[in-house]
Design a protein around this ligand. Structure first.
Ligand code: HEM
Length: 261
């Protein structure tokens, strides 16, 4: 009898661990694979939220957490605090999934909560991750440098939406590769302190790219962007930022706690 209980417990632990590992693996895949859809939704908390009864705010926080749990099998979600570093918005959410529809369903549910109804959605950017366009044609030593492991656990996040000019897109691929090599030469020294991710947005938004960075060293990030403003490729950036989002990576609980004061 005792053996049976031990066996049942072992099976239960195994199932729980497997499920946890499955969910984790999915998130890692969504953050790594090409062909993944991303939505960045930026919000400002309305004045009415602060005027609500404390209990009503607390119950809506529970409602928000349930929405995150409900969609957890389809979307990988990250949350960032902007308040204090931006007058335009208080926080933003980055959503990844295999279908844009899943991003939309999650955000519609989130915006339907009492908390969501008290938010102003100031900006939304949509994009998709893709295989590398230019790196395959780079020299081997540069390709090796690009394999430098990125920093982990950085507190700061910067998002810069970018639109290129028509001349950029009309240029032959080889000419663009030459300019992107110059871009990369100017940036590789920052690989150790800046983690980056690129989203392609042409046709999915009024942008061509959403560039996303995590770092602990904003001084390095400032030098990195200054270096990029000095390469020829920058002549083709019709829009750079506007808005640039500078925030800190925070858990959902922390953001809800800060915004519920
Ligand atoms: C550690 C710093 C950085 C490194 C190592 C880096 C490297 C690269 C590389 C290798 C590519 C080509 C990807 C491909 O083959 O498709 C690329 C593309 C791009 N990078 Fe950077 N980059 C850095 C920072 C930045 C910053 C700070 C910005 C702007 C805020 C930026 C904007 C872009 C854009 C818009 C593209 C896409 C260009 C296109 O496909 O036409 N990068 N970057």
């Amino acid at each position: 009898m005792r053996n049976r209980s031990v066996l049942a417990l072992a099976v239960l632990i195994f199932i729980t661990l497997t499920q946890a590992a499955g969910a984790e693996a999915d998130r890692e895949k969504l953050l790594k694979d090409p062909g993944v859809y991303a939505t960045f939704a930026v919000f400002k908390v309305g004045d009415q939220w602060a005027q609500m009864e404390k209990e009503a705010r607390a119950s809506s926080v529970g409602e928000v957490k349930k929405v995150f749990e409900k969609h957890a099998d389809k979307v990988a979600v990250d949350t960032y605090l902007l308040r204090g570093l931006s007058e335009r918005a208080d926080f933003f959410i980055r959503v990844h999934s295999k279908e844009m529809l899943d991003n939309q369903n999650f955000l519609v549910d989130f915006m339907g909560t009492t908390f969501g109804k008290n938010l102003k959605n100031t900006d939304t950017f949509n994009g998709i991750t893709k295989a590398l366009n230019y790196v395959p044609k780079f020299p081997e030593d540069l390709k090796t440098e690009l394999k430098t492991p990125p920093p982990q656990g950085s507190p700061y996040v910067v998002v810069v939406p970018i639109r290129k000019d028509a001349e950029w897109w009309l240029m032959p691929q080889d000419a663009r590769t030459t300019l992107m090599k110059e871009h990369t030469d100017a940036t590789v020294i920052y690989l150790k302190t800046v983690k980056r991710k690129l989203y392609h947005s042409s046709g999915l938004d009024d942008l061509d790219f959403i560039t996303y960075f995590e770092t602990a060293k904003l001084d390095d990030f400032n030098n990195l962007v200054t270096a990029l403003l000095q390469v020829k490729e920058n002549r083709h950036n019709k829009r750079f930022g506007e808005p640039t989002l500078l925030g800190t990576l925070r858990s959902l609980d922390e953001i809800l706690e800060i915004l519920s004061h």
